[in-house]
Design a protein around this ligand. Structure first.
Ligand code: AVJ
Length: 337
């Protein structure tokens, strides 16, 4: 909808007025429950996306660099298996992982198009602008949207030689969804895959809880700032009056669910007005708001979730310390079409 000048770039945005309604609905739902909760997708305004990039550079946060190393090792093989000319990246964020796959596609001579989908307009536009320069001849078709709701708006593969595509859901983002929703998301993604296409799915793995907890409690406090940024989003978007300083960052590994939870804990009793909703929300001293779950997987769990979504595990890649896993998955031959 917004063609940028002088470049084979298109950016479509599916977030509009109805986006604020989604946030408002989520807030109304999540903050009026006995156990308060908000979905992690609301972290990612421009500032939140920037803070997440900084998290990825913290020494304790192992997932990003581990996944990047796995992809560097395996990109050629992944591209060979598909002959793909397109990369559709869901929840694109900064594009350094995409670059590893795009480099391999360029080396194979198949590279044609990159389709980043992200909830942040600034992230999609920045990716589009830098990548068209760095990959001459490649088209970028950005989609600003939410992959739970806007997958149907992703441009179709354009077919022909190099028309196969790789759909990438990296970083462990799939772990943000509770198990039932997760399989639903994977099933919708499965619906986008043609017979020769592959899903590349990144998943953080179950491991020593101390290693996991350190990753979500970095010494520099960047994750804490990222967590509290959610309250700034609510203040700005919904005219709320949270005092972010009155909330402390909490992150712990829940062994029973095999996921990390992030919460914001009120350090004192507070009464918050969400202006746009005409809603007053009370927090008792010590009360917590859950802001994220981030599931950790075993290889077996990933295979089972893929199967439940109608996908078949094609290859499983991990690092030497088995910190992180990357799966290649496909539609089973009989079901493809
Ligand atoms: C982007 C969802 C993969 O769960 O590790 C990082 C987000 N939250 N630190 C994750 C996050 C706190 C991240 N994902």
């Amino acid at each position: 909808m917004t063609p940028l000048p002088d470049a084979p770039i298109q950016v479509d945005s599916w977030l509009s007025g109805d986006e604020e309604r989604t946030l408002a609905n989520d807030v109304l739902d999540g903050l009026t429950k006995p156990f308060k909760e908000l979905a992690p997708k609301h972290f990612y305004d421009a500032r939140g996306s920037e803070l997440f990039e900084q998290i990825c550079e913290q020494p304790e946060y192992y997932p990003t660099r581990t996944e990047l190393a796995i992809l560097r090792d395996r990109a050629t093989e992944i591209v060979e298996r598909t002959g793909a000319g397109e990369l559709l990246e869901l929840g694109a964020g900064a594009s350094d992982k995409a670059r590893v796959l795009l480099d391999a596609m360029r080396a194979a001579g198949t590279l044609r198009r990159y389709i980043p989908l992200d909830v942040s307009q600034s992230v999609v536009e920045a990716a589009a602008r830098t990548l068209v320069d760095d990959y001459p001849g490649m088209a970028v078709h950005g989609v600003v949207g939410d992959f739970e709701r806007h997958l149907a708006h992703v441009p179709p593969a354009d077919g022909g030689v190099g028309g196969n595509r790789i759909v990438a859901l990296l970083g462990g983002t799939i772990g943000n969804f509770p198990p039932g929703t997760r399989r639903g998301v994977l099933a919708k993604i499965a619906g986008l895959l043609g017979p020769e296409d592959r899903l590349v799915l990144g998943t953080d793995l179950v491991k020593d809880p101390q290693v996991i907890e350190a990753a979500y409690n970095d010494a520099a406090g960047v994750t804490a700032e990222f967590n509290r940024n959610l309250l700034h989003v609510l203040n700005r978007e919904l005219d709320a009056d949270f005092q972010p300083d009155a909330f402390e960052h909490v992150a712990f590994y829940d062994r029973r669910h095999e996921w990390v939870e992030m919460r914001l804990r009120a350090t004192r009793a507070c009464s918050v007005l969400i202006g746009d909703l005409d809603l007053r929300v009370e927090f008792a001293a010590g009360e917590e708001l859950r802001t994220e779950i981030s599931a950790k997987f075993t290889a077996e769990r990933v295979a089972a979730d893929l199967e439940a979504a109608g996908l078949e595990l094609d290859a499983w890649f991990t690092d030497e310390a088995q910190l992180f896993g990357a799966s290649l998955a496909r539609v089973p031959a009989a079901a493809a079409g």
